[in-house]
Design a protein around this ligand. Structure first.
Ligand SMILES: NC(=O)c1ccc[n+]([C@@H]2O[C@H](COP(=O)([O-])OP(=O)(O)OC[C@H]3O[C@@H](n4cnc5c(N)ncnc54)[C@H](OP(=O)(O)O)[C@@H]3O)[C@@H](O)[C@H]2O)c1
Length: 269
């Protein structure tokens, strides 16, 4: 595994206004990387304030951009804004995401399509646009925030888990295609993390899963995630007990049993 040096590199992070994205920007800034932070237009002021703090504390360059990644033109517009106003991007961090809790046949179709647009299509389009630029330069890294939900079906957030499974497959397949070019990919696969994501769109206060898996802090996830990325890891589950469940046990347990456990665990407690 090749160590990745981040000093002076330019890192684009989507969904940087809160949660894991915000904390990732802090840990990339600690590495002296320059940042391009993106968020929804409504979060512009929040992002500006955060950018100012990062500049003051870590003495790095921070640019802020906004756009709605759920719209058909959103990811392409963000790419164009970056091309027009920023130096070449060394690390693309696809992080913006949304989730909804409820039965597949009951959640509004419009909301399900929006989850697919933000969590799946935006990741794919941004990768498709940035990877050729990285290949031309013979260097670059894709850092996709996935989830342990990528590894098992997730009843009551079916579409969310399915988008993460897509992102996982896409990221690992692209890694194989571009091997030896200087371009690499990485997925960060956290478990439930205490962010606004788990408070929107009907998500219950407590899930049965929290008694087993707990909830991580976004700062811990980001700190461990950036450290693993720097080491050249390709797929990384930051919580050791979740690594045991999702990487190890998942491999040796019959699929039917995994699905039944998942159905039991992802219920309101
Ligand atoms: N929290 C967890 O349990 C957990 C576990 C595993 C993986 N993850 C993944 O971690 C990533 C970050 O999530 P988080 O937990 O940190 O949640 P979060 O705090 O809600 O952050 C999500 C970010 O995405 C942005 N965003 C949402 N819709 C957008 C859109 N249409 N266009 C552009 N930006 C948009 C949000 O902007 P606003 O603030 O303006 O809404 C916010 O900055 C997601 O990919 C999520 O799937 C989370």
């Amino acid at each position: 595994m090749n160590q990745i040096i981040l000093t002076g590199k330019h890192v684009l992070i989507t969904g940087a206004s809160s949660g894991i994205g915000r904390e990732l920007s802090r840990y990339f800034a600690m590495e002296k990387a320059h940042l391009v932070l993106a968020s929804l237009p409504a979060e512009k002021h929040v992002l500006e304030q955060w950018a100012e703090e990062l500049r003051r504390v870590y003495h790095v360059q921070v640019t802020t951009l906004t756009g709605d990644l759920s719209t058909p033109e959103g990811p392409g517009d963000l790419y164009q804004q970056v091309r027009d106003t920023c130096p070449p991007i060394d690390v693309l961090v696809n992080n913006a995401g949304i989730m909804a809790f409820g039965m597949f046949h009951e959640l509004p179709l419009e909301l399900q399509e929006k989850i697919i647009a933000v969590n799946l299509r935006a990741y794919m389009v941004l990768m498709r646009l940035f990877v050729p630029d990285m290949l031309k330069r013979g260097q670059g890294h894709i850092f996709n925030v996935s989830s342990v939900s990528a590894f098992v079906p997730t009843p009551r957030h079916t579409i969310y888990g399915a988008t993460k499974a897509f992102v996982q497959s896409l990221t690992e397949a692209v890694h194989e295609e571009v091997k030896g070019t200087g371009v690499t990919t990485f997925t960060l696969n956290p478990g439930y993390t205490d962010t606004p994501l788990l408070r929107d769109n009907g998500f219950p206060k407590k899930l049965r899963f929290y008694f087993v898996g707990g909830k991580s802090s976004p700062a811990t996830i980001a700190r461990k995630g950036v450290a693993a990325f720097k080491k050249g890891r390709r797929v990384y589950i930051p919580e050791p007990h979740l690594w045991f469940l999702f990487a190890l046990m998942n491999r040796f347990t019959p699929k039917r049993m995994i699905n039944m456990i998942s159905e039991f665990m992802v219920k309101e407690a």
